[in-house]
Design a protein around this ligand. Structure first.
Ligand code: ADP
Length: 461
């Protein structure tokens, strides 16, 4: 027997016993009157409690559960327990739901849920950005009313979703490429997943351009080489012509070799994920060395000078830095007409070690400057080729400097010259204790000691 039956039985038995006592003491009428009065009071009390219960059950949200004595206390206690358990469950479901939404919001992909009539039920922020939607405003709208692009409508209605759809000119600025994949689920509902593949597409385009550029760069010397070889093989040529042809073929082979060496250097730099070492680089000796190389390349056609602050020291990878700074110096010589000046400087700027090379050469028009470090980008194609350039020198410089967290700044004026400045980060700039802060001018050597021939002045990292 449960507690309700037990309590009800106790009340009735109590009333019966009391009425029987009254009956024995005062006769049947008082006993009946007492029983009637007690039952009537009980009825009124029950009606009052039923009314309270009704109000509790009828409220839109369960608030405080009332308390009462006796039987009704038991009822309210059980109701209170039920509501509490129910509230905990609702809270848990709500938390799960919030976590689920947060997880979808954290996804780099767009997620959009469609009902069986292709109306938007919900979408995350990324999907809003990709499609230019507004989740609050557009919910319950048919998606094809909002995304009207024919390819999307066709993809949705064709009902074949094995391949994603690639949509261009998407996103806020219409510059993004988005892959859209629809996944049907449940009873005719759909999940739309979007992914921004702009970078992937750009990388793929860069790869295609790169392969085309490399093929083009190698094709020209190869064609020349083949032409001379055929001539030497098929035609009777004088000894003098044969020598001349062989010299020209050698120039083309050296050019191909330089391209391949620079490509390998770039590939090495790209694949090396390890940060360059933290060793102290003998940068002053390096600059002095670069000056000698510049003179060798110039062969007396330019005035080459170097100013070195003897307190400047650097941390990094010596071979990589020599290659990067060497490329800047060799460019200065190659793009400066005879009689020009090349000045290298190693000094301090706001606590940063700075290497710069200034020339009084051809100069570069402003529109070319941001693109100089692109592979195979050349402003003056014929001069680059005639001086043994591969179009990869500044790309190598950019890679080496970005590995050292250093900045390359270029200022230039057409016809007046250029300044290429390398600004090293504070953590790689070292104030050497040995130096006394004097600016040493490296004396000219006159005769080159560089082992490198002028045409192969580039240094692969
Ligand atoms: P390249 O092997 O052709 O010199 P780089 O990557 O070293 O290739 O340089 C890219 C282009 O930048 C060059 O082709 C040239 O047009 C331009 N350039 C680089 N340095 C200078 C400079 N000091 N003065 C003028 N133009 C320069």
């Amino acid at each position: 027997m449960n507690v309700i039956w037990a309590r009800s039985a106790a009340i009735l038995i109590g009333l019966l016993v009391l009425s029987a006592g009254i009956y024995l003491a005062f006769g049947p009428v008082p006993a009946l009157a007492l029983a009637c009065a007690a039952l009537f009071s009980l009825l009124c009390y029950y009606l009052y409690q039923i009314n309270r219960l009704w109000k509790v059950l009828d409220a839109p949200v369960y608030g405080e559960i009332p308390s009462a004595l006796g039987l009704w206390g038991e009822v309210y206690y059980r109701l209170h327990r039920l509501v509490k358990r129910w509230r905990t469950q609702v809270l848990q479901v709500e938390q799960q739901h919030t976590r689920f939404i947060q997880a979808i919001q954290a996804s780099p992909n767009g997620v959009l849920m469609l009902d069986d009539a292709d109306q938007i039920e919900w979408c995350n922020d990324v999907a809003e950005q990709h499609f230019g939607l507004n989740a609050r405003r557009d919910v319950r709208q048919r998606i094809t009313h909002l995304i009207r692009r024919p390819e999307f409508v066709h993809y949705l209605t064709r009902q074949r979703f094995d391949e994603p759809l690639v949509m261009r000119d998407m996103g806020e600025h219409k510059h993004s490429v988005i892959a859209v994949q629809i996944l049907p689920y449940g009873d005719n509902r759909k999940l739309v997943i979007t992914q921004d593949i702009t970078k992937l597409e750009n990388t793929e385009a860069m790869r295609r351009d790169f392969v085309a550029n490399v093929s083009h760069e190698l094709k020209t010397p190869l064609t020349v080489l083949t032409g001379f070889l055929e001539t030497v093989r098929d035609l009777p040529v004088s000894e003098e012509d044969r020598r001349r042809y062989i010299d020209l073929m050698l120039v083309q082979s050296v050019r191909m070799q330089s391209i391949v060496e620079d490509l390998l250097a770039l590939a090495r730099l790209e694949s090396d994920e390890q940060a360059p070492g933290n060793d102290i680089v003998p940068v002053q000796a390096m600059v002095a060395h670069l000056r000698h190389d510049a003179e060798a390349l110039s062969q007396g056609r330019h005035q080459v000078s170097a100013e070195i602050d003897t307190t400047v020291g650097l941390r990094g990878a010596e071979t990589e830095l020599l290659s990067a700074l060497g490329n800047l110096v060799s460019n200065a010589v190659r793009y400066t007409p005879d009689g020009g000046r090349i000045t290298m400087r190693l000094g301090w700027e706001d606590g940063h070690a700075v290497f710069s090379v200034a020339d009084t050469g051809l100069g570069i028009a402003p529109e070319h400057i941001p693109r100089l470090t692109e592979r195979f980008y050349r402003v003056d194609r014929s001069r680059s080729r005639d001086t043994g350039g591969t179009g990869l020198g500044l790309a190598i410089v950019k890679h080496v400097l970005s590995r050292h967290h250093a900045d390359l700044r270029v200022t230039s004026e057409v016809g007046r010259g250029s300044v290429f400045r390398v600004i090293f980060p504070l953590e790689r700039s070292v104030r050497s204790a040995g130096g006394d802060g004097t600016i040493a001018a490296v004396p000219p050597t006159g005769v080159s000691t560089s082992p490198q021939a002028p045409d192969s002045s580039r240094r692969a990292a």
